[in-house]
Design a protein around this ligand. Structure first.
Ligand SMILES: [Ca+2]
Ligand SMILES: [Ca+2]
Ligand SMILES: [Ca+2]
Length: 585
């Protein structure tokens, strides 16, 4: 999904089939894959999705709202890095998933080509899986098909999708091939994800649809294979071999998956994935999983028993991941796991009961580690850590050398206050963030220059502290602000207020929102408009985007003035946050 490939252009493909194949009234497909009916003729290429913020800005408001309301907090949190990407890093999962929907008559790609600004006649369909005419057509930014493909691209972050790869992490390659072959014999589609290290030593991942199976004899790189799994790949092989007719014959077959049943070796020639550098990370035949949290009705899914996963960046020294309840070491599995991270991941699965986990490394190093529980995601990072601790009751900590750290907790349910996504940042050698009955308690060797960012779907609050105290309790006050408090006299009660989050619109930090704030905002907006830095602190910038459109400009200032006028006239008594929410609804 992080591979960029350029599509080839194949010429001379007959359009005869198009004339005889009905394009809309697909026969009942019974969950089988049929070329020309269940595949898209758009491809996983920037051309089709090109835009600044291709994911966020190519999805319709309706689908973005569906993501917010259908996904749980952890799932939505995992989509956010993708939504914010400024470059196109693929829609292979979305194209594959929607193709599976087509196999089950839930979606018919043929009905939507006019929304790509092309006529059906311009799209050539052939009965040869690997002979495609690649037309370069354009279509509107938020066109329905593109938005749907990107919506299903985001659904790789669902619990159902992520847990499916966890459930099959013990399977041998032979078991996976048997599964694919059995399905392929009867054209039952399987969504397959590959996870591999490419020739540049980078982690790569891709999603395709397996849709057939053959036995025979094929040779790739001097090795013979006797089983071929037919693949519908939404990214075509490399263009530089286009003009060589001998290679073109090979090209037609390069996207398939080949297996040697004698020695267990396998290869996907187009991506140069073999048993030495890759893994089939996920196999999904259940349309209920593909459509879980989806926008189409009519499918259902019963989740299997949840298995916790601990992930880490690629660790540079010896390490252990321990389930503390049972003092057992978690086994490690290679499979693709989605958290928007770069540079590869290590994955550890707990096959037992949910519980606290401890990651330890022999040497302090950059650590980025997360634990995925059924109800929560906990994440700890340190620039020089040798330990990360997780407790599903709501506690995450890192220890090591004094270094920059970040601790994050995201809860689906059972959290305190309105805030379910909490991030603490600072510099310390040992630090812990813990949910308590009152709020979120940050305890560290050093709490100078520490901050807490609390978020929910509607709002974001940031509080910064710098204190000699060793722990700070962040809690909500009566007006919905986050307040940082310390227990300076050591009686266990956090009564001393150190700092509080700003009200939306309160640029000058005097706890009221009025024309003075609008004036400060206008000056900052003018600076931004002239291409300069805003001159605002991070806290001020958060408070300045009044209408929540990720921009700071005159509209935000105008909203403050309108709000302040209503408050001044006595016709409104709430906060600006509440006022803006009322405006939007
Ligand atoms: Ca006290
Ligand atoms: Ca103010
Ligand atoms: Ca704004």
């Amino acid at each position: 999904m992080k591979q960029k490939k350029i599509p080839k252009t194949l010429a001379g493909i007959a359009a005869a089939l198009l004339m005889t194949t009905p394009l809309t009234a697909a026969a009942d497909s019974n969950g089988t894959f049929q070329w020309g009916r269940d595949n898209w003729t758009i491809f996983n290429y920037p051309l089709y999705f090109d835009h600044p913020y291709p994911y966020l800005e190519c999805m319709s408001e309706e689908h973005l709202e569906a993501l917010r309301s259908n996904l749980n907090h952890v799932e939505y949190r995992l989509t956010e890095p993708m939504l914010e990407w400024e470059d196109f890093f693929g829609a292979c999962y979305g194209i594959s998933a929607t193709s599976i929907l087509a196999c089950h008559d839930i979606l018919n790609p043929d009905e939507h080509y006019d929304e790509f600004n092309v006529t059906k006649e311009q799209i050539l369909l052939t009965d040869d899986l690997h002979s495609i005419d690649y037309r370069r057509f354009s279509y509107p930014q938020k066109s329905w098909p593109r938005s749907v493909v990107l919506y299903y691209q985001m659904l790789q972050c669902t619990d159902a999708a992520r847990q499916n790869s966890v459930q099959i992490c013990d399977w041998t390659m032979q078991q996976k091939i048997d599964y694919l072959y059995t399905h392929g014999e009867s054209s039952q589609p399987v969504l397959v994800t590959y996870d591999w290290e490419n020739q540049n030593g980078e982690g790569a991942a891709h999603a395709v649809v397996a849709c057939g199976a053959e036995t025979g004899s094929w040779e790739w790189n001097d090795e013979t294979y006797d089983i071929c799994i037919i693949i519908y790949d939404n990214v075509d092989p490399t263009p530089e071999i286009m003009d060589d007719e001998v290679k073109l014959e090979h090209l037609k077959r390069e996207s398939c998956l080949y297996y040697n049943s004698e020695n267990g070796n396998w290869i996907v020639p187009s991506w140069k994935i073999t048993q030495d550098n890759g893994v089939l990370a996920d196999l999904v035949d259940d349309v209920g999983i593909v459509n879980d949290k989806g926008i189409f009705p009519g499918t259902s899914y019963t989740p299997p028993e949840w298995k916790d996963v601990v992930t880490a960046n690629v660790l540079q020294s010896d390490y252990t991941v321990t389930a503390l309840d049972t003092q057992t070491e978690l086994p490690e599995y290679p499979f693709f796991y989605h958290d928007g991270g770069e540079g590869g991941e290590q994955n550890f699965v707990n096959h037992g009961e949910e519980g606290p986990y401890l990651l330890q490394t022999e040497q302090p190093q950059e650590l980025i580690s997360a634990a995925y529980y059924e109800n929560a995601m906990l994440k700890g990072t340190s620039d020089a850590g040798d330990e990360v601790r997780f407790d599903p009751a709501g506690c995450v900590g890192v220890a090591g050398e004094k270094a920059d750290y970040e601790l994050e907790m995201v809860f689906n349910e059972d959290y305190v206050s309105d805030w379910y996504d909490i991030v603490a940042k600072g510099t310390s050698s040992s630090v812990e963030l813990k949910m308590t009955d009152e709020g979120y308690l940050l305890t560290a060797d050093d709490l100078h220059e520490a901050s807490l960012i609390a978020r929910n779907m509607e709002d974001k609050a940031i509080v910064s502290v710098s204190t000699d105290a060793k722990s700070v309790l962040f809690r909500e006050n009566a007006s919905g602000q986050l307040v940082a408090t310390a227990d300076l006299d050591g009686d266990g009660i956090y009564e001393t207020e150190l700092a509080k989050s700003r009200l939306l619109g309160d640029l000058n930090g005097d706890d009221t929102v009025n024309a003075s704030d609008a004036a400060v905002l206008l000056i900052a907006a003018a600076e931004i408009g002239a291409g300069n830095a805003s001159g605002l602190t991070e806290e001020q910038e958060l408070a300045a985007d009044v209408n929540d459109d990720r921009a700071i400009n005159a509209s935000d200032s105008a909203n403050i003035l309108i709000f302040a006028a209503d408050v001044g006239a006595g016709s409104y008594t709430g906060t600006l946050t509440q006022y803006m929410r009322r405006e939007r609804s």
